[in-house]
Design a protein around this ligand. Structure first.
Ligand code: SAM
Length: 237
């Protein structure tokens, strides 16, 4: 494993512009050329997106609500948000990801036949540390896995500073069982293991939120055979 330090971000950027882009575009897509594990991860991730959409729409209509999708990937969340009328700012460290998200949004967000006219998200190549502005809601899904907890604290604080009302995060939970699975996985490094995966204890994430004056209001856990995500919705304390 590479050293934890300033080089991590470059490794992540490079991965998601190249082999990681190909791998995750497939997983997050709809084509049949995925293996069983990838299909399982696709299913788990789509459940996470569904859960987030439910959390957000349960609070009321998203029409006109500003949402920052930090680390948007191929737009799996940005696009359904836009369909609900949210004004989405979607960004990612990877230019390849942003280009793909924009392409899919153009295909899928046609002037609707429903009541709500989708607003085309604003796409930007930007790492989340350099995001600014204020949004009603900030969402950051499955990004923390690329960062150790000492970096994650700063990311959480920064994301909270951009949000007025809600911050939604998902991360791979550091539970005994998953920790064990990961350790077993590390004994069999394959070509897909191009980046390190970092698990986060829910208590650590909660502490980071509390430290900047936020509290967790809702929690969810999404698990399939190979996908594990803890979902938290935080609000100003
Ligand atoms: N959030 C998307 C989703 O759930 O569909 C994508 C999740 S994907 C596993 C992780 C994404 O985080 C990649 O697109 C990657 O380029 C992006 N990413 C990683 N580190 C980042 C950073 N520091 N700032 C912005 N994006 C980042």
């Amino acid at each position: 494993a590479e050293e934890v330090g300033g080089g991590d971000k470059e490794v992540v950027r490079n991965y998601f512009n190249n082999s990681g882009f190909q791998r995750w575009k497939k997983i997050y897509g709809e084509t049949d050329d995925v293996n069983k594990v990838q299909l399982d991860i696709r299913l788990g991730h789509s459940k996470t997106v569904e859960n987030v959409m439910k959390m957000l729409t349960d609070d009321g209509s998203l029409n006109g609500v500003t949402v920052c999708d930090a680390g948007c990937g191929t737009g799996c969340l940005s696009i359904p948000l836009a369909k609900e009328g949210a004004v989405v700012s979607a960004s990612d460290i990877s230019a390849a990801m942003v280009a793909e998200a924009e392409k899919q949004a153009k295909e899928l967000l046609t002037a609707g036949n429903g009541d709500i006219a989708p607003v085309m998200p604003k796409f930007e190549v930007k790492d989340l540390e350099s995001l600014d502005g204020k949004y009603d809601t900030v969402v950051c899904l499955d990004v923390l896995i690329h960062y150790p907890q000492n970096k994650a604290d700063g990311m959480i604080a920064h994301l909270a500073s951009l949000a007025e009302n809600r911050l939604i995060l998902s991360f791979a939970p550091k539970t005994f069982y998953y920790d064990l699975l990961k350790r077993i996985g590390e004994l069999f490094p394959g070509p897909s293991k191009a980046t390190r995966a970092y698990l986060h204890a829910e208590a650590d994430v909660e502490r980071a939120l509390n430290k900047v004056g936020w509290k967790i209001r809702k929690r969810g856990l999404i698990t399939t055979q190979f996908y594990f995500a803890r979902l938290v919705e935080a609000v100003p304390a």
